[in-house]
Write a protein of this length. Structure first.
Length: 187
């Protein structure tokens, strides 16, 4: 094979293409709705655009950041409020009534570094939180009579469920924003 093909403009085109690929693999754009955890050789190095309560949109630290190609890996974590939906959970109340309860919980990742290290992604965090939410729901609703779900006391019950779930969810870097019971039916 003749090495003359690599002379002149072809050589410069190949070098320019290689430099362009290297540049694009160095630059990372972090959107406003995401947090980025940069892992260097799978060890946490930096968190970009982390969630802070009360921050103003547009002043969060989102934008262009740099990484070392082939050494750093960027994991994006959603900054928005996410949800877990529980359908038809069987619950036994204090007055021995079997209930079918539909509920949901809303959560936000407040410590993206802990979330990435412990579970890896929001989807896995939601999968891990779902049985914990179901357990907290059954435990709290098992302590109250069915009539309390129909009264103004329902708000206190949901706050108790939220507090119990928050104790468990903090290990994943997650904050439980809200818990609601959609409806509780007798089967």
């Amino acid at each position: 094979m003749n090495a003359t093909w690599f002379r002149g403009p072809t050589r410069y085109a190949v070098i320019a293409a290689a430099l362009l690929v290297l540049l694009f693999s160095t630059v990372v754009i972090v959107p406003e709705t995401k947090q980025a955890v940069i892992l260097q050789l799978e060890k946490p190095r930096l968190t970009v655009n982390a969630y802070h309560p009360g921050e103003q949109f547009g002043r969060t630290g989102a934008g262009v950041t740099w990484r070392i190609p082939f050494i750093d890996r960027v994991v994006f974590v959603d900054k928005r409020v996410l949800d877990i939906d529980l359908q038809d959970q069987p619950v036994l109340s204090t007055d021995q009534l079997r209930l079918q309860v539909d509920a949901y919980a809303r959560f936000r990742v407040v410590d993206p570094l802990r979330m990435v290290v412990t579970v890896g992604s929001e989807r896995v965090a939601a999968e891990k939180l779902s049985p914990l939410f179901s357990s907290a729901l059954r435990n709290e609703l098992g302590r109250v009579p069915f009539a309390s779900l129909l009264s103004p006391e329902r708000g206190r019950v949901m706050d108790d469920i939220q507090a119990a779930l928050q104790k468990l969810a903090s290990q994943y870097g997650v904050e439980i924003v809200d818990v609601r019971i959609k409806h509780a039916d007798l089967p």
